[in-house]
Design a protein around this ligand. Structure first.
Ligand code: PGA
Length: 256
């Protein structure tokens, strides 16, 4: 049984003090969670204040949006896995399409980041997804397979169970045009088929695959209803407390 995972990717939004207020209110509105895991991923500068505001008893977990693969050293501007662990992070989003597009991240670099995260007990949320052109040329499955192959190279089946994969079609991110449940399910099936062939049916069955790309309070139910979809990675809609709380409640209502 795969526990549903709802992740809020704040991207480059909210200051440390805004994060504190937001997370405080989130904990007030979601004092306990049943059958879902909830993660918020603030920018680096707001992780410490979010951690403080969450407190020790909160069921809401913290994630980061990136890391660098070395633990420490002369890497100006970078943040390492041990630094994030020390701030209370449990998860880290890796390989997001905005990082691939704006910062030129490649699969082999993402793979190093995944290994660094795992070495420090941070659970990676690996993002994969095709562009519109790739979808229109019927390359979706090929692109997903290549991204998974490159970024999960040398990862053991035990490691894989700590990793969640987020299927995020690039054309759906921030556009208001979410994939239909049918499109998402087809991509999730392709991802699980790849995991089955590269590892094993048991590993594929244990791995959570989330959907991300224009998830809203309106479409989340249709998306999460499918057994293939184990959660959601939410951008825009996670920045407003009432929207994020509604999404979490919808996720809980589907499971229980
Ligand atoms: P969006 O972003 O929900 O704003 O489309 C999703 C993401 O980038 O993870």
């Amino acid at each position: 049984m795969r526990t549903t995972l709802i992740v809020g990717n704040w991207k480059m939004n909210k200051t440390a003090s805004e994060a504190s207020t937001f997370v405080h209110e989130l904990t007030r509105q979601l004092p306990a969670l049943s059958s879902v895991e909830v993660v918020v991923a603030p920018p680096f500068t707001a992780i410490a204040s979010a951690h403080m505001a969450l407190g020790e008893a909160s069921p809401i977990q913290l994630g980061a949006q990136n890391l660098f693969w070395e633990d420490h050293g002369a890497y100006t501007g970078e943040i390492s896995a041990p630094m994030l662990r020390n701030l209370g992070c449990r998860y880290v989003i890796l390989g997001h399409s905005e990082r691939r597009t704006h910062f030129g991240e490649q699969d082999d670099e993402i793979c190093k980041k995944i290994r660094a995260a795992l070495a420090h007990e941070l659970r990676p949320i690996l993002c994969v997804g095709e562009s519109l052109t790739q979808r229109e040329s019927e390359e979706t499955e090929l692109v997903l397979t290549q991204q998974l192959q490159g970024s999960l190279s040398g990862i053991t089946s035990q490691d894989l169970e700590a990793i969640a994969i987020a299927y995020e079609p690039v054309w759906a991110i921030g556009t208001g045009k979410a994939a239909t449940p049918h499109q998402a399910v087809a991509a999730h099936r392709a991802i699980r088929a790849f995991l089955t062939s590269a590892w094993s049916p048991a590993t594929a069955n244990a791995t959570r695959i989330l959907y991300g790309g224009s998830v809203t309070t309106q479409n989340v139910e249709g998306i999460l209803k499918s057994e293939e979809i184990d959660g959601a990675l939410i951008g825009g809609a996670c920045l407003q407390i009432n929207h994020f709380v509604t999404i979490v409640r919808v996720a809980q209502s589907i499971i229980t």
